[in-house]
Design a protein around this ligand. Structure first.
Ligand code: ASP
Length: 263
């Protein structure tokens, strides 16, 4: 849990990604973020949806898991909980990049093709991890979809859609068009294939293929099992990913790429 929350915190702080600072904007030009964590030991989970003015929604999601009896807090209730937990409120402008503003304006143009503007331009962040005892965890964080309606909640904070972790099977974190991921509950579907005996790579490909065939959805996932097998698979044009195992770092961006370096 520490590893996945720390990894996602770093990515939320990096303005290149659609999470935390750098989030895409809703139709009103505002930042509303979703995040989820799940602990494979207990199936404990915590999430926030449509949350505003926090730098690291993933840390707030972990607090929901650890400090409340609920799984998900939303909007103003999530902000109130953040204040009660002493999480600092940050100015909204500190989360908004020039790039996000430019894309928001471009998409307000009625001639813009919303699908074209979204594809290849997503950038939700996620992490999965397995420790030496076979405990798995996942974390996912996003600003959502460009120019989404105010109050729109995507796949990310929904358990089984924005991620799932179970020590008996493995852990998955996805990216892609949230409404499509939710229709097939992609992470839980992939874990179902692993329960049936498939490895992370084959199960991930099967889940992504089903989403493509059934609801024309493209996306990507990172998957681990409790023995340390892992996969980073996608049928979108690209997905930036990295994996660290023992003293090796693997990473890639396009199909067929898997660079390896010593850590
Ligand atoms: N899944 C995210 C959402 O729909 C978007 C993304 O993966 O970039 O909110």
């Amino acid at each position: 849990m520490d590893a996945v929350v720390e990894a996602v915190t770093i990515l939320e702080n990096n303005p290149a990604y659609n999470a935390g600072r750098g989030s895409v904007l809703n139709v009103k030009g505002e930042v509303e973020m979703d995040a989820l964590v799940m602990d494979g030991r207990t199936l404990g989970s915590g999430a926030v949806s449509a949350v505003r003015r926090v730098a690291n929604p993933i840390q707030l999601a972990r607090l929901v898991m650890e400090k409340t009896s609920h799984l998900c807090l939303t909007a103003e209730g999530a902000s109130k909980f953040a204040r009660a937990m002493g999480v600092p409120e940050v100015p909204e402008e500190s989360l908004i990049t020039d790039y996000a503003t430019m894309r928001w304006k471009k998409n307000l143009n009625p001639d813009a093709n919303p699908v074209k503007c979204q594809m290849g331009e997503m950038g939700t962040v996620g992490a999965v991890a397995v420790d030496k005892e076979g405990n798995v965890a996942c974390a996912t964080s996003t600003g959502g979809m460009i120019n989404k309606m105010e109050g729109r909640v995507g796949d990310t904070p929904c358990i089984g859609c924005g991620g799932y972790a179970d020590n008996q099977i493995g852990a998955v974190s996805p990216t892609g068009h949230g409404e499509t991921i939710m229709k097939v509950t992609l992470p839980r579907l992939i874990l179902f294939h692993m329960e049936q005996g498939k490895g992370p790579k084959e199960a991930s490909d099967m889940g992504l293929a089903y989403m493509k065939e059934r609801v024309s959805g493209l996306g990507g996932v990172i998957t681990v099992d409790p023995t340390g097998q892992w996969a980073a698979r996608f049928n979108s044009l690209q997905m930036s990913w990295a994996a660290a195992q023992q003293d090796q770092l693997h990473y890639g961006l396009y199909h067929g790429e898997d660079f390896t370096e010593p850590v």
